[in-house]
Design a protein around this ligand. Structure first.
Ligand SMILES: [Zn+2]
Length: 152
């Protein structure tokens, strides 16, 4: 019985498949469905993939005190960090309510999230829904602030 269960396991332990861009973006779209965005009406979802194949998601969480709003990207990264994850290979971000007329600037991470991505996911490939090419954190934030002294 145990042997049979092992054979049908789609994701064998220790050798997880690498989700492709579309799978990651699909997961980000699911995350965005949970967004709390009563003020902007702009639902965002993000997922981060760890080097050991774990996927963490986040959505934007707004607040009447606008400065306290939390972006989906930082939400996903914080969830992953809280679970002990430290190295990330991919990030996917979607803005469900972005107008098709918006260019890449209308569906890319804000400056604060770019700084988080640069520090916490410097080697990750970043996929933006509706933008065909992948990005790196350095491309999104050239000359971003780095303080290596405090990094484990
Ligand atoms: Zn942001």
């Amino acid at each position: 019985m145990e042997e049979a269960r092992r054979q049908v396991t789609p994701f064998p332990a220790g050798n997880p498949p690498v989700p492709d861009r579309e799978s990651l973006l699909a997961a980000a779209r699911v995350a965005a469905q949970a967004a709390y965005a009563p003020y902007s009406k702009f639902r965002v979802g993000a997922v981060v993939l760890t080097e050991d194949g774990r996927l963490f998601s986040g959505c934007n969480v707004e607040n009447a005190s606008y400065g306290l709003c939390l972006c989906a990207e930082r939400n996903a990264l914080a969830s992953a960090i809280a679970a002990g994850a430290r190295r990330f290979t991919a990030v996917a971000v979607t803005c469900l309510d972005a107008s098709p007329a918006l260019g890449p600037e209308g569906r890319s991470p804000c400056g604060a999230c770019r700084q988080w991505l640069l520090e916490l996911a410097p080697d990750a490939i970043i996929h933006l829904d509706g933008v065909d090419r992948p990005w790196t954190s350095r491309e999104l934030l050239p000359l971003g602030f780095v303080l290596d002294a405090g990094r484990p």
